[in-house]
Design a protein around this ligand. Structure first.
Ligand SMILES: *Cc1c(COP(=O)(O)O)cnc(C)c1O
Length: 242
């Protein structure tokens, strides 16, 4: 990546931090409570490195293969897997210091725990909840959260640090911040309901480029931003050219 493009990532990141700061000010929150996860999917490792060099250490990928290809080429990042984990990929992601945002089924809890115990680690995850009951989205139903949290609490090798959601995509003429806010409020209410019995349950991973303000207003601690930082996505996953 040329210096110019790295400068552009740094510039965009500066504007993103301003948006987060403004949203925090409106919500009377400390900006230090909100971590920006720069979602690098489809973008080359040079763009990811530019984000880290500009002070954004938390990077996210939504596909295991793309993370595997890119992560070794980026220094100093803390990686988040924000997309689904297929059962056959569990062994590739456990024990690498990733935060897994999309744990949404009991068999995944069990598999992750088993692999983590074998590796001698505790794997941190978030439970993804489909708060909008959107058939196109991953995540468990809101009424399954209690059972998943209890299962994880009784499973060695896994620790649930919070909840995550991807709300339904609002139509083109709709203000995304307005459309998504009730869904974010719902995730927060679930976290607040279960935190007394699950003390590790702290994070709310919610908010993307179009609706970061609504998410921060409802208590997001991790906002997952791709387009705002790296510009429009490329046509497909980034692959090393060999
Ligand atoms: C791609 C992606 C994002 C980032 O989306 P933008 O709208 O580009 O900010 C956030 N979360 C998940 C799960 C994603 O796959």
């Amino acid at each position: 990546m040329t210096a110019l493009l790295a400068d552009e990532v740094a510039d965009r990141l500066r504007r993103v931090r301003e948006r987060v700061a403004a949203a925090c000010a409106s919500a009377d929150r400390d900006p230090g409570e909100v971590t920006v996860v720069a979602v690098t999917k489809t973008h080359p490792p040079e763009a990811a490195q530019a984000a880290v060099d500009a002070g954004c250490m938390d990077l996210g990928e939504n596909r295991v293969q793309e993370w595997q290809a890119k992560a070794p080429l980026v220094d100093g990042a803390r990686w988040h897997l924000v997309g689904p984990v297929q059962t056959n990929k569990v062994r590739h992601v456990v024990g690498h210091g990733l935060l897994l945002h999309a744990c949404d089924r009991s068999d995944l809890v069990a598999d992750i725990g088993r692999r983590a115990v074998r590796a001698g680690v505790v794997q941190d995850v978030l439970v993804q909840v489909n708060v909008g009951a959107d058939p196109a989205k991953h995540g468990c139903d809101p009424d399954e959260v209690a059972a998943l949290l209890d299962l994880a609490a009784g499973t060695d090798g896994i620790r649930v640090l919070g909840l995550m959601t991807v709300p339904p995509l609002p139509g083109p003429d709709v203000d995304a911040n307005r459309a998504t806010r009730p869904h974010f409020a719902r995730l927060r209410a679930l976290r607040d309901a279960h935190a007394p019995t699950h003390p590790d349950l702290h994070h709310l991973s919610m908010g993307m480029t179009a609706d970061l303000e609504a998410a921060v207003a409802e208590g997001a601690t991790l906002v997952r931003l791709g387009t705002a930082i790296f510009g429009p996505r490329q046509s497909g996953p980034w692959r090393p050219t060999t």
